[in-house]
Design a protein around this ligand. Structure first.
Ligand code: IVH
Length: 676
């Protein structure tokens, strides 16, 4: 390549990173994800390394971000707030450690310890304390100069305002991340694209009262300037931080050797989807401060730390079709069929479109090029479509006004609680009229929290339905086993097993039975309330004859929505027939048969880990049926901790410390004179 061409290529990339920086630092509204940003940064660095005639004021080697906005007074950081180099693979980590060994000239048999800390995707802040008092809080700004956001930071509960521990340094600036929990973000009314923007937006409010409205959190992880700090490594510093009243990340870990870093990385990546805050990688810091000092910095990043990034969870693909799925309650859910694409190691070919409003709002059409995001275990969804790439003949998507399964009219209900029309459109047919709804109802009937028929999964429901072996719940108890034996994939033994698991579940408590019916708005808790109210199945069934629905409103916890739903359930002839047929084949236990004098009387239980073949809900009702109680945390009040697969270590340790009996599933069942 000619020199001029290289310069042109480089300038183009610099222009792009300038734009990215502007949106990230000035607008708090990044226009690309971290991975795309990091790749671009790397490319620029590589060019600068390869061709030393290249130089730019905006080089990522020189500039760290963009100047802070003019709204707040600016102050210099006494010690600059650096950024971090990135690692994307094990190889990058090996290189990182190799460089450290070379630089410090340390032998291979000397183990380097690292503090491995989940990298929260929030806004970093620097908090200066003088004589134990929180005195000034700055944003990161461009790393050299930040904005004075003290008053806004003071509204954050996680930030101690006065620290009187004797070993707290005379002067120190504590640094950490300001963020908002995903669950809190969901309940915010304000329109922010993501939790990070919400945190950044609220920190930049002129009026601290506005900041206060948003439940910001703070996690501390490092320091800048200090006078009188008597700690010699990062892991001890983290311990001190929590002694001084700061929150630190509970997933921080002290570890050594790349293979352990990798193991920790993989473990945390698995947990990532279930965390209540967004993380985009793990930061590794050489633990020993003396080594950190010797290593120093290169350009704007320390040599002693690196960010090991998680793979990006977004990708671009084409929408091939929009399909409508019908749920148990008749809800029509649009699903985009997309050209299969690898997102973070998983091949994705479906993305949920949520509902009709969402399609209209984002103007999503068949044939569109779309950005798809896959966050953890949740169903992938469409972030946006690229309207520029849209073909001329593309047509607006029209949501079906009739149910694609049964042809009934589709409706949007008026929600009496929110006083709004639902975003969800539903099939207006009742109960088992619509085939798709029926299949979903049957899946619910056999599901874990309901009848929990072992080996009778969703696939079998679909298969048996197609073969016309089942249409209504009662059919499950009158199966033609001889016919099933002749089916592909079935044999004598598997049929025997199926028959056995079905027979086992013929004996059922009233509350589980009510739940299994899948009456809209009647979940586990409401089913329990109803079962306590009716006591027996016959009383429950009589509801349809006595029409005393209004009485139900007196049950604490049951509201108008539930009463209407029960009314509509009983007004349906098919449902009434189902109840009659099920009564013939089942033994539905009265609620008052649950004695107060059972085998587990006065005993409390807590489950940790996954149990084998028995759901959490089932074990809870087993305990309660036998007069025991379940509690939600390990405390002195707990008598038995039941452990399943992969129990929470903290709970087990704490229980042992309190000398609480720790038992496994088999031991628990033995207490009930059961074997399985
Ligand atoms: S240490 C020189 N520790 O990552 C050390 N940073 O790219 C730099 N971050 O601006 C800071 N979690 O916003 C450090 N446990 C952690 C971190 C962390 C998140 C962010 C921070 C910083 C950026 C560096």
């Amino acid at each position: 390549m000619k020199k001029s061409e290289i310069q042109k290529k480089y300038n183009k990339k610099i222009k792009l990173i300038k734009k990215y920086n502007y949106y990230y630092y000035n607008k708090s509204n990044p226009i690309v994800d971290d991975q795309a940003y990091d790749i671009l940064k790397r490319e620029i660095l590589q060019l600068e390394i390869d061709y030393n005639f290249l130089k730019s004021r905006n080089s990522p080697l020189i500039a760290i971000g963009y100047k802070p906005s003019k709204n707040f007074e600016k102050f210099s950081h006494k010690v600059p707030m650096l950024s971090l180099g990135n690692a994307f693979s094990e190889k990058d980590l090996v290189n990182f450690e190799k460089k450290i060994r070379n630089y410090l000239s340390i032998k291979n048999n000397f183990e380097i310890y690292y503090s491995a800390e989940p990298k929260i995707d929030g806004i970093s802040a620097s908090l200066t304390f003088k004589k134990g008092e929180f005195y000034k809080g700055l944003s990161r700004g461009d790393g050299k100069e930040g904005e004075d956001i003290t008053e806004n930071l003071k509204t954050i509960k996680d930030i101690p305002k006065k620290i009187s521990n004797k070993d707290f340094p005379e002067e120190i600036d504590i640094r950490g991340e300001v963020f908002i929990k995903n669950s809190d973000f969901k309940s915010l009314n304000e329109k922010f694209a993501n939790p990070r923007n919400a945190a950044s937006g609220s920190l930049r409010q002129k009026n601290p009262e506005e900041t206060k409205k948003i439940p910001l959190k703070f996690i501390a992880y490092t320091f800048g300037y200090e006078k009188g700090l008597k700690v010699y490594n990062q892991s001890d510093f983290l311990k001190k931080l929590s002694e001084w009243g700061f929150k630190t990340n509970p997933l921080n870990k002290l570890t050594t050797e790349i293979k352990n870093l990798m193991e920790n990385y993989n473990e945390i990546e698995k947990k990532r989807a279930n965390l209540d805050f967004d993380i985009d990688g793990i930061v590794y810091k050489v633990n020993d401060f003396a080594m950190q000092r010797r290593l120093g910095n290169v350009a704007n990043a320390p040599r002693w730390a690196i960010a090991h990034k998680f793979s990006s969870n977004k990708a671009v693909s084409k929408i091939l079709d929009i399909e409508i799925q019908i749920g148990r309650t008749g809800a029509l859910t649009p699903v985009a069929k997309i050209k299969p694409i690898n997102i973070g190691g998983v091949i994705v070919s479906n993305a949920t479109l949520h509902n009709e409003d969402e399609i209209n709002r984002k103007d999503i059409r068949v044939g569109d090029t779309a950005v798809i995001e896959r966050a953890g275990d949740v169903i992938p969804h469409i972030l946006a479509v690229d309207k520029k790439k849209r073909l001329k003949n593309s047509k607006k998507y029209i949501f079906p006004k009739n149910c694609p399964s049964c042809g009934s009219e589709t409706i949007k209900e008026f929600n009496i609680i929110t006083k709004k029309v639902d975003a969800v459109r539903r099939c207006s047919s009742e109960g088992y009229y619509c085939d798709k709804i029926s299949i979903e109802k049957l899946k619910h009937f056999v599901s874990k929290e309901a009848f929990n028929i072992d080996g009778f999964g969703k696939k079998i429901v679909e298969n048996f339905w197609k073969l016309k072996l089942i249409k209504y719940p009662q059919d499950i108890f009158n199966l033609d086993f001889l016919k099933i034996e002749t089916l592909d994939g079935w044999g004598k033994l598997s049929v025997q097993n199926l028959k056995y698991s079905i027979d086992q579940k013929k004996n059922i408590s009233l509350e589980r039975f009510i739940y299994s019916l899948g009456i809209r708005h009647i979940g586990l808790e409401n089913a329990k309330l109803l079962s306590k109210h009716f006591v027996s199945f016959s009383e429950f069934k009589n509801l349809s004859k006595q029409f005393n629905y209004e009485d139900l409103i007196n049950i604490d916890g049951i509201g108008e929505t539930q009463v209407n739903s029960i009314k509509s359930f009983f007004s349906n002839e098919v449902n009434k027939r189902i109840l009659n047929e099920l009564e013939k084949v089942l033994l539905i236990k009265d609620a008052n048969l649950i004695s107060n004098d059972g085998l587990l009387k006065n005993k409390t239980f807590l489950v940790t880990g996954k149990l084998n073949g028995i759901s959490r809900a089932e074990i809870k009702s087993l305990i309660e049926e036998n007069s025991g109680k379940t509690i939600s945390s390990v405390s002195k009040k707990l008598n038995f901790l039941i452990i399943g697969e992969k129990p929470t270590k903290k709970k087990v340790d704490y229980a042992k410390q309190l000398e609480i009996k720790v038992i496994d599933q088999a031991k628990f069942l033995k207490m009930l004179n059961k074997t399985s």
